[in-house]
Ligand binder design. Structure first.
Ligand code: UDP
Ligand code: MG
Length: 330
């Protein structure tokens, strides 16, 4: 695809965000104009919303040639929606932000300044998180720390996908073909020069989180299995531990048999059976997590399917057919 580069692209995954999107559009337009004059685009990716999000995006695109709307064929989840936007966008610098205005778009200006000093990725790092339940905050804090303990690459604590990256970093990101995408981790993996911008995270502008507990667990599993095979080794560690315990038990059993003449021991036997049984099931489940992901990857399906793209700039508002532009091209 030959395309003219723009100075700045903003990519926003949107799922049922009709209450936020007007305000978002206004604030993004203002800050983009300040940062890049006329030379920017805002890419809204509609991730199968059931409300009027897509109608609003189409309206923006109709009156503003800087807006690009991408309508996915169904809900693909935020990481793939984001990937779709990243693949279509044409900016030299790419600003990623959630639709709910938890991360202030105005920080773009500071991020641009940091990038001017030769930084490839400027990621937002949350000092505080307002308006989120303590369960979510505690889970998030635990998650980032466990992840850090398990992975070999440095994934910074308390960051989301809110960040500014340059074309060089984005091209590397787009060359990674994996299906289970934990974008912030993948960006850390790239390396180059990355710097945090510490900020206070606000409440959602409107609506409720689109990330219920179940999705969070899936996301966490993707992150951990995507970046570490250490859990697979857990089986052998547990095995070694239980082996020593077994030796101890063997000694105890022999001793009892020789000197105590007991035939009891039902309780201890049951305990051992239950412990070993549950450990086995746990480790089997762990194998399943990885095996399932290997299986999904081998299918090599497109990452997402686009129903339609609306934009004045992208080839005069073409309609991309479903299935087009799917795999990232290295
Ligand atoms: N989102 C999406 N698809 C989904 C769920 C969420 O594109 O299936 C978008 C959502 O519209 C928002 C971003 O991903 O722009 C982050 O979602 P949310 O704010 O609900 O997550 P939280 O901030 O609560 O973790
Ligand atoms: Mg949010």
């Amino acid at each position: 695809m030959s395309q003219t580069r723009q100075k700045l692209s903003t990519v926003v995954p949107c799922y049922n965000e009709e209450e936020c999107i007007d305000e978002l559009y206004q604030r993004l337009t203002a800050v983009s104009a300040q940062a890049a004059g006329d030379d920017y685009e805002i890419v809204f990716v509609n991730d199968g919303s059931r409300d009027r999000t897509w109608d609003r995006v189409a309206e923006f695109a109709a009156k503003d040639s800087r807006v690009v709307g991408i309508d996915l064929s169904r809900n693909h989840g935020p990481q793939l929606a984001l990937t779709a936007g990243l693949q279509i966008c044409r900016g030299e610098r790419i600003f990623i932000i959630d639709a709910d205005l938890q991360d202030p778009p105005e920080l773009l200006i500071q991020m641009m300044e940091i990038m001017d000093r030769g930084v490839d990725v400027v990621y937002g790092q949350r000092a505080t998180r307002a308006g989120e339940t303590w369960i979510k905050r505690t889970m998030a804090a635990m998650f980032y720390r466990v992840l850090r303990g398990l992975t070999d690459i440095e994934i910074p604590l308390d960051t989301g996908d809110f960040r500014l990256m340059n074309r060089r970093a984005l091209d590397v990101l787009l060359s990674m073909p994996e299906q289970h995408r934990f974008v912030r981790g993948m960006v850390s993996w790239i390396g180059l020069t990355q710097q945090p911008l510490v900020y206070d995270r606000s409440e959602r502008f409107a609506g409720v989180t689109k990330y219920p507990f179940r999705k969070m667990l899936n996301f966490a599993a993707d992150a951990i299995t995507g970046f570490s095979i250490r859990p697979l080794r857990l089986a052998s560690h547990i095995g070694v531990g239980l082996g020593f315990f077994g030796l101890f038990l063997l000694g105890y059993t022999l001793y009892s048999w020789l000197f105590l003449k007991t035939v009891e021991g039902w309780a201890s036997l049951m305990t051992v059976v239950v412990i070993i049984g549950s450990v086995q099931m746990f480790v089997l489940g762990l194998m399943g997590e990885y095996l399932g992901r290997v299986y999904m990857e081998t299918k090599r399906r497109p990452l997402f399917v686009i129903r339609e793209i609306v934009s004045a700039r992208h080839a005069g508002g073409t309609v991309a057919s479903a299935g087009e532009s799917d795999q990232p091209t290295p």
